[in-house]
Ligand binder design. Structure first.
Ligand code: PLP
Length: 394
């Protein structure tokens, strides 16, 4: 925390600028030192035997990881945060912390695909019963609860198709059954949705995305409420999944500008989504910030913003039209790891789905990440893609 904090309740950009590290702890330098460390020396045998210093070993934290964890706690409203080497590690470490052999785990069917792969491989091998539910299930999730339901994994909006989950309703049903609620909140970041304020126990963030924001590292954080922090910390310590100092520093650096970057991602994405809605070659735009979106009311109730990632459905056509669209783009890159400064596009596959299969879409689903470029240039690029797609006949 910063000494002499200006107001009792500073705004979000003020907190992003000042939380996590006090320059006067390190000679006044504005940013924390990047501490490369394995061993921590003790002053004498008694101190070594007690092993209760603020820092004890490289795997459990340094001033660099502590600065990022403290900043995330301030944003999430969490009791503690661990910093891990990727967003996927944030998912896997969190799940390993709370499910055991014989437990039943509910996962949204629209989950980020590598989360499903982890559940289908490692968790099933370890004896966890995995079941998927429709992302729009809401209160009806109560009917899926079993005596051994230990955890409910949520992600909202849905990966690729952007349905909004009723997180408070799901959390209430889960807690009534004694289950822990985990949420992958990468899309909104704690700026636009605060999981712990809506009943979630464990908030997961791929810091690879908006916090880092420059497509130059992978990282993750897991933030827990008071009740679940001790178990999360014990799991993290046992697994040894600590993030490296340079990447951790870069995430903290990115966090300082995340608020203003998100504002721009939000405004540009909404402008492009609205423009796409009016085009004859587009059948649907999957963006919860649009009034036409089926989850708009829930989104408006719970979220305070939208980010730069959404999808649209082409008005007919198939794979060759989708590929023609993608191949004609000159500004949008074809790649997966969104939330960098550059725009990206991709043809969505829903083959992994077992419940929310998206069978009613009129054509291919194209996911867009709207970067920080100028909107007229991005629109012109998309138009180029749509013209190329329309020129394909098959
Ligand atoms: C990218 C992403 C992850 C994983 O992050 P990595 O750092 O790439 O492993 C997890 N969840 C969601 C929703 C993501 O978009």
């Amino acid at each position: 925390m910063v000494a002499n904090a200006p107001t009792p309740k500073p705004g979000i950009n003020t907190r992003l600028t000042h939380t996590g590290y006090d320059p006067h702890e390190y000679h006044g330098f504005v940013n924390p030192p990047v501490v490369h460390a394995s061993t921590v020396l003790f002053a004498n045998a008694a101190e070594a035997a007690a092993y209760n210093k603020r820092f004890t070993y490289g795997t459990t934290g340094t001033p660099t990881t502590e600065a990022l964890a403290a900043a995330m706690d301030a944003l999430e409203g969490s009791a503690g945060t661990v910093v891990v080497p990727s967003g996927l590690a944030a998912v896997t470490v969190a799940l390993l912390g709370f499910v055991s052999a014989g437990d039943h785990l509910l996962i949204t069917d629209s989950v980020y695909f590598p989360t499903r792969r982890f559940a289908e491989t490692v968790l099933r091998r370890l004896g966890v019963e995995v079941e998927y539910y429709h992302p729009e299930i809401g209160t009806e999730i109560a009917a899926l609860m079993r005596p051994n339901t230990r955890a409910v994994f949520t992600e909202s909006p849905a990966s690729n198709t952007f349905e909004i989950q009723d997180i408070p309703a799901i959390s209430r049903a889960a807690h009534k059954n004694g289950a822990v609620v985990l949420m992958d909140n990468t899309w909104a970041t704690p700026l636009y949705f605060k999981p712990l304020d809506h009943g979630v126990d464990i908030s997961i963030q791929a810091t690879t995305k908006y916090p880092a924001g420059h497509s130059d590292l992978v990282g993750g954080t897991i933030s827990a409420n008071e009740k679940h922090w001790p178990q999360l910390w014990d799991t993290f310590r046992a697994l040894g999944t600590c993030a490296g100092p340079d990447d951790t520093y870069q995430v903290l650096r990115g966090l300082r500008t995340m608020g203003i970057r998100l504002e721009r991602h939000q405004a540009s994405a909404l402008e492009i989504a609205k423009w796409l809605q009016g085009l004859p070659s587009v059948s649907d735009v999957l963006h919860p910030g649009l009034e036409s979106h089926p989850g708009h009311a829930l989104w408006k109730r719970d979220f305070c913003g939208s980010s730069g990632l959404f999808a649209f459905v082409m008005n007919g056509g198939g794979r060759s039209n989708a590929h023609a669209f993608l191949n004609a783009l000159t500004l949008f890159g074809l790649g997966a790891s969104w939330a960098g400064y550059g725009s990206l596009a991709g043809h969505v596959s829903l083959r992994d789905r077992t419940i929310a299969k998206g069978e009613n879409y009129a054509g291919p689903v194209i996911r867009l990440q709207i970067g920080l470029e100028d909107v007229p240039d991005l629109k012109a690029d998309i138009q180029r893609g749509l013209d190329a797609a329309a020129a394909v006949s098959d």
